[in-house]
Design a protein around this ligand. Structure first.
Ligand code: AMP
Length: 459
């Protein structure tokens, strides 16, 4: 499949795609779009980052185009497609994509999610929308308040279905599905295919076509994975060292708990990093602000728990660091799916303490490969032992000097902000498994050593 025109999409959709900069369908799009247009139910195995949103949104829009109306009357804008997602962040992103693809049509879309005042959503819902993106709990609230009718729904998408089950949404899903017309098309997307997912598919889908863009439970081949075996007490110093020793513009760091996420963010801020945390205890506004700041590059390190990070779509995210590895192996697949997206290359690093090694075994079983163990970089010298005038072979900085007694590092670290350099010739590998770059691709240079220290690496 070389271009979107071959998929017989309407000119107004193609125009929006061109404006979004898409030229070639991703594999999931090439497979899913014709089947959805034919009217098949679909069970699709695709990780976030494969282009799965457009895989369901584009044929959905195409099928709804006959219902597009410029009339202001709510009666002319019944909900015809419902997209259920597990988290608010994913809901926002999916709806933003739908809106972008629908911008040259009169189809309306809206997103509703919990954690914000329901009253702000009701008037827009009552005004009528064809495509509704929702988290299950908030949708049920609206149903109870009679601000939405679902009897005209002809397409249902269960996005990140595995996560919805993990998050305990099964009872909510059952209640919602009971309210939808039996005669409808249902599309289910899931990064992993557990037995529960298969059961969900058997209950809610009719003769679904099965498509997979990667082996189920496989991790993206674009992502180089590494493990550092390190004691829990040494993790923070190693994290800071990895961040400072990196050419990568931004990193997403995962923790198991909200408490750890907040603690690390605060500690990194004290050390001069532009860091913030995103987790369930933060208000929706705070989460959105942190995410926007990360997307715009104002924040270079975002610390996240699994739930908060689910579905984040950040362009060209080069590095994911697991400060703690998840006890559920499937979460590992989701986490590292934040990088290496849409054909880009990425690095996923896990800091694994002895107590966590049992989880690592499970992860490796799931992804069916052994993750490379890397040697921790040489610890940085303390300022006493390494005077600032001493020339440094690498571009590491003195993290101890930064947080023991000396002045705070400047909040704005120009080197950390500089773009990645697509110039592999300048670098030599110090550890194996670095992907070969495509021409023009941005390469994360973490763990690559320069032959000469870059001039802007000095503090
Ligand atoms: P998704 O898996 O839906 O979260 O999409 C991951 C990223 O890929 C998003 O930033 C999309 O905007 C982008 N994307 C989706 N389809 C294409 C395409 N055909 N060409 C280029 N980028 C795409």
């Amino acid at each position: 499949m070389n271009n979107f025109a071959e998929l017989n999409l309407a000119p107004e959709i193609i125009r929006a795609l061109t404006e979004s900069g898409y030229t070639i369908p991703t594999p999931i799009q090439a497979q899913a779009i014709p089947l959805v247009l034919e009217g098949c139910d679909l069970m699709a195995g695709a990780q976030t980052g494969t282009g799965k949103t457009a895989a369901f949104a584009l044929p959905m829009l195409q099928k709804l185009l006959p219902f597009a109306s410029s009339s202001p009357s709510p009666a002319r804008h019944a909900v015809r497609a419902l997209i259920l997602v597990p988290t608010r962040e994913l809901a926002i992103q999916v709806e933003a994509s739908v809106k972008a693809y629908a911008k040259h049509s009169h189809l309306r879309s809206l997103v509703v999610f919990g954690g914000v005042d329901i009253k702000t959503q009701t008037p827009q819902l009552r005004a009528g929308v064809e495509i509704l993106v929702a988290t299950p709990g908030r949708l049920l609230d609206h149903i109870e308040q009679k601000s939405v009718q679902l009897n005209q729904v002809q397409m249902l998408v269960l996005d990140e279905a595995d996560r919805m089950l993990d998050m305990g949404f099964m009872p909510d899903l059952k209640r919602i599905l009971a309210l939808l017309p039996k005669q409808r098309q249902t599309l289910m997307f899931s990064a992993t295919f557990s037995n529960e997912i298969k059961k969900l598919s058997a209950d809610f889908l009719v003769n679904p076509k099965l498509i997979e863009v990667a082996r189920s439970n496989a991790t993206s081949e674009n992502v180089t994975q590494k493990v550092y075996l390190v004691g829990h007490e040494a993790k923070h110093a190693l994290l800071a060292q990895l961040l400072r020793g990196s050419d990568a513009k931004q990193a997403l760091v995962f923790t198991k708990t909200k408490l750890t996420a907040s603690r690390i963010a605060r500690q990194l801020q004290r050390e001069g990093f532009m860091a913030d945390a995103i987790h369930g205890d933060k208000s929706q506004l705070e989460r959105m602000q942190a995410l926007d700041a990360f997307k715009s590059g104002k924040i270079t390190v975002l610390i996240a728990t699994d739930v908060a990070a689910r579905g984040l779509d950040i362009d060209q995210l080069p590095v994911v660091i697991n400060y703690e590895i998840p006890s559920a192996a499937e979460d590992y697949v989701h986490r590292i799916g934040r990088t290496g997206r849409a054909g880009a290359f990425g690095i996923a690093i896990s800091l694994v303490s002895p107590e966590e090694e049992k989880y690592l075994v499970e992860i490796e079983k799931l992804i069916k490969c052994q993750i490379q163990r890397a040697e921790p970089p040489v610890p940085e010298k303390s300022p006493e032992r390494a005077p600032r005038t001493e020339p440094r072979a690498e571009h590491h900085v003195h993290i101890r000097a930064a947080h023991v007694s000396g002045p705070k590092r400047p909040v704005h670290d120009a080197w950390f902000n500089k773009p990645y350099e697509p110039s592999p010739g300048k670098m030599i590998e110090t550890k194996a498994v670095v992907q070969v770059s495509r021409p023009g691709a941005q390469i994360p240079a973490l763990f690559m050593r320069r032959k000469t220290a870059p001039s802007d690496a000095e503090d």
